[in-house]
Each structure stands twice: as structure tokens, then as C-alpha cells.
Write a protein that binds this ligand. Structure first.
Ligand code: F0G
Length: 448
């Protein structure tokens, strides 16, 4: 196979626009801006038909079963013949087709009633039904595919737990090494145990996720290692398949809203990129609005976007955002020793590494950002459970975030809404403690 140049990396700053070959392992351009994977060819709309017909019937072709690789023409950075199974097998990393396979939008009537919307307009998509238990498997399949393409021997990440579980799982399956940097004592036990179980090398960092990310990036540069955090543009490519699956299920009729919890903003960024591309390619006629839900105790994006810091509403501003405002926000956090704090440790993040791409996504989709409290998130998590689905506390933010935006009439009662449930429960005692306390909205306390 000869490498073509239909896919390449490009700086997201329109005033810079530096380009790099797909074989580059830089996560930033020379000037320190983030990178996008770009495709020079427009995928034909006829592919919609091809994709919809891929699925379980093709059990012998794992790439058709995979919820990520069934969309491989829309993320063909390996520039392979996507209809050639041998070529797919050589390049594409897959856990036997399991990544993204089980996730699609579901109606959940009790959650719909709770948020105050009719069940037929309301969908929740449980990404916790991925093999490692979170949405991270979507992007990890593609990041590890790129790691293999460039012959990386070791992948490296910082994590609040789910990224490390996904990275460990794919690394073990591919026979490559994996180092994970975790904020010591601040990740759910079920996530920590997955990293051990998959044989990853754990590095405990005395600090929070932001400190762990800094150390992992420094070490990856010093000692050699391929970074698989969501600042890696190839992670973003795989995570585009989350909205692809929602939209495919809705027959490419765009909903009014797609809602995510916000942490490092990889999801926000990938959803934005997916929608930008689909709109440009003519696959969707309407642009859904993205709503990002921060935890009250880890609300950097919300503070900046909603002008709660220095009064200025931070915007992408067509590629000219006020980065000084962001710097001053972070200096203020440091000066006052303010640390992100929420029981939803998955999103306990103070410095969202993808903030620039996140802002771009919000501008393109006319998005909104809000915050919810820990106790609200627990209610969101609990009501999902009552529908027979499982999710973790951070994912509960999606549900209560929607409820809050409906009560504020930002989401209208007849809008069509898709909420992403990012991960399954990996902190066994959270539901137990929630239900034991009869004061909680959905508690069903034990009897004796
Ligand atoms: N929900 C869950 C369950 C997560 O694990 C994360 C992030 C998020 C939401 C936030 O997503 O970063 O794309 O805005 N977890 C990362 C990790 C940081 O290390 O597992 P985001």
C-alpha cells in the first residue's frame, strides 16, 4: 500500500494553519496550537447506505460490527482501502469489534419524566456499554491504531480512571506497553483495578488530574512514549463516532441538542468536529446545539464561557479567542490554591486541555455551558438506574444538566434531545450510599 496524502494534520488556529503528515506524533504545532486530522476528499453520501447495512449480520467482519470502524470511511487517516478486510485487519485496532458496538440512543421514560420532556423526544446513549466501560474505547481504538501506524512501543496517558482502563485494555490486546499517570487516591476503585488488571504500569501522582497530565506529557517527551490523552487528534477521530451513532440511529435527522458532561472537553471537541464535517459534507442539514455540563466544583469552562470570571464571555471568536483571559483564570486558581473538587472524580478537572477545540465546537453549534451540583448528579445517575441502565456519577451530569436547561427554558419542551451517558458505574459504594439515605430523591433504602 502506498501512503497517499488525502489525510494530514493541520493546526486549528486559522492564523497559523501549519500542516504535518499523518505520520507525525506531535499533539501540537510548532507554535503550541492544537491539531486536527483533516481529509481532502469528501465522503460520498452514498456511504450512508453502506454503513447502515454493516452490522451484526457481518459477524465475520469485525470492522463492520465495531461501532467505531463501521464509520471507517469518515475517519480514514490510515488511508486504506476500507473495503479490503485484510488491509483493515493489518491497520485498524479493534477489540474484536466490541468498541462502540452496544451503544446507541435509548428512550428512558423515568429519566424523561424527571427532566420534564416527552419520552419520544428524549434519548440517552449509554457509552458505558463499551468493553472497558466508558466512551473512551471509541477514541482509544483510533489512537492506538495511530500508535501502531507509527510503530510506538509504549502508550502513555494521565487519567481520572476511564482513559487508563481503555488504554490498558487496548495496549494489553495489542501487546504494547502502557504507562498511566493517576492522581493518587482520587480515582474510583473499579477504574484503578482495571488498570492493574490489564497490566498497565501505574504512576501515582501527588496532585490532581491536571498535575498528572503535566507529568505524563513531560515524561512522554523525556523518555519516549506515545500520548493517548484526548489532546491527541487521533483520539478525537474515534470519538466522532459517538454522535455518528446517535445520528445514524436517528436516520441522520439531527436532534436539537446533544448533551455531554464536560471534563477535559475531548467529547465536546469531537462532537463539534463530527458535526462540522457532516454539515460540510452535506450529511446533515441542521446543526444540533451542544450543551456541556460542568460539575459546580470543576467549572472552568462554565466560568469562562458565561463571563463569571472578569465579566468577559470567552468565545472561539472565529479562531481568535482571548487566551490571556484563560491564562489569568489559571493564574488566579494557582494564586488562591483553588483545586477542582467534586465527588464525580471523572470530571474533577481544572484545566480542560481541549478548551480551544471545545470553544470552537460551541461556536459552531451555538452551544451552551452550565453547571450542576454533586447531589444533582447523583439524582441523575440514580434515575438512569431506575430505567434498567447503568451509569456513573459524572454521566448523571448529562441528565440533570438537561433538566436544568429545560427549567431555564434554554432547552424547549418540544426539542429533541440526545444525552450521552459517558461511563458505567465503577464506584460500587456510590449507589449503595445513595440508596441508604432516605432523603435522596430516588432512594430505595434497605429494609431489615
Ligand atoms: N465522563 C466520564 C465518565 C469520564 O471519564 C470523563 C473523562 C468525562 C465524562 C469527561 O470527558 O474529558 O471528554 O470532557 N475522563 C477522563 C479520564 C479525563 O481520564 O478518564 P471529556
Amino acid at each position: 500500500m502506498t501512503m497517499q496524502n488525502d489525510a494530514f494534520l493541520k493546526c486549528i488556529d486559522p492564523r497559523c494553519g501549519l500542516e504535518y503528515p499523518i505520520s507525525s506524533t506531535n499533539v501540537k504545532c510548532e507554535k503550541g496550537h492544537m491539531l486536527d486530522v483533516k481529509y481532502s476528499k469528501k465522503p460520498s453520501e452514498n456511504l450512508k447506505e453502506v454503513i447502515v447495512n454493516r452490522g451484526r449480520m457481518d459477524g465475520d467482519v469485525i470492522f463492520n460490527e465495531s461501532g467505531v470502524w463501521k464509520f471507517r470511511e469518515l475517519l480514514n487517516f490510515c488511508q486504506i482501502d476500507t473495503f479490503n478486510v485484510e488491509e483493515c485487519s493489518k491497520y485498524l485496532v479493534s477489540l474484536d469489534g466490541a468498541e462502540g458496538r452496544q451503544s446507541k440512543p435509548y428512550h428512558m421514560s423515568k429519566a424523561a419524566k424527571f427532566v420534564g420532556i416527552s419520552s419520544e423526544n428524549f434519548w440517552l446513549q449509554p457509552e458505558g456499554y463499551n468493553p472497558s466501560g466508558s466512551f473512551k474505547d471509541n477514541g482509544m481504538a483510533t489512537a492506538v491504531t495511530h500508535a501502531k501506524l507509527v510503530n510506538a512501543k509504549k502508550i502513555v496517558c494521565a487519567s481520572t480512571g476511564n482513559t487508563s482502563a481503555a488504554a490498558g485494555m487496548f495496549a494489553a490486546n495489542e501487546g504494547i506497553d502502557c504507562d498511566v499517570y493517576i492522581p493518587a487516591g482520587q480515582i474510583a476503585p473499579g477504574k484503578l483495578s482495571q488498570a492493574y488488571q490489564f497490566g498497565a504500569q501505574i504512576i501515582e501522582v501527588d496532585g490532581n488530574f491536571d498535575d498528572a497530565l503535566k507529568q505524563s506529557l513531560d515524561d512522554a517527551e523525556k523518555f519516549g512514549g506515545y500520548t493517548v490523552n484526548s489532546i491527541n487528534p487521533f483520539r478525537i477521530e474515534g470519538q466522532k463516532t459517538i454522535p455518528f451513532r446517535s445520528l445514524e440511529y436517528l436516520k441522520w435527522e439531527a436532534p436539537d441538542w446533544i448533551v455531554y458532561p464536560g471534563g477535559a472537553l475531548g467529547n465536546t471537541s469531537s462532537c463539534g468536529k463530527a458535526l462540522m464535517e457532516l454539515y460540510e459534507w452535506g450529511w446533515i442539514k441542521k446543526i444540533p446545539r451542544i450543551a456541556v455540563i460542568n460539575a459546580e466544583g470543576a467549572s472552568t469552562l462554565s466560568d469562562l464561557y458565561n463571563g463569571e470570571f472578569e465579566g468577559e464571555e470567552l468565545r472561539w471568536n472565529k479562531g481568535n479567542p482571548n487566551s490571556e483571559l484563560i491564562n489569568r483564570y489559571y493564574s488566579n486558581l494557582d494564586a488562591k490554591s483553588l483545586r477542582p473538587h467534586t465527588k464525580a472524580t471523572a470530571i474533577q478537572i481544572g484545566r480542560p486541555a481541549n478548551i480551544m477545540k471545545g470553544l470552537r465546537a460551541l461556536e459552531f453549534t451555538n452551544g451552551v455551558v452550565t453547571t450542576v451540583s454533586d447531589s444533582e448528579m447523583l439524582d441523575g445517575m440514580a434515575v438512569v438506574g431506575l430505567n434498567g441502565f447503568d451509569c456513573e456519577m459524572a454521566s448523571g451530569a448529562t441528565v440533570v444538566g438537561i433538566k436544568k436547561l429545560i427549567s431555564e427554558e434554554i432547552i424547549k419542551k418540544d426539542d429533541v434531545v440526545v444525552g450521552i451517558l459517558t461511563g458505567r458505574q465503577k464506584d460500587a459504594m456510590i449507589p449503595v450510599d445513595y440508596h441508604r439515605n432516605h432523603k435522596n430523591t430516588f432512594a430505595i433504602p434497605p429494609k431489615n
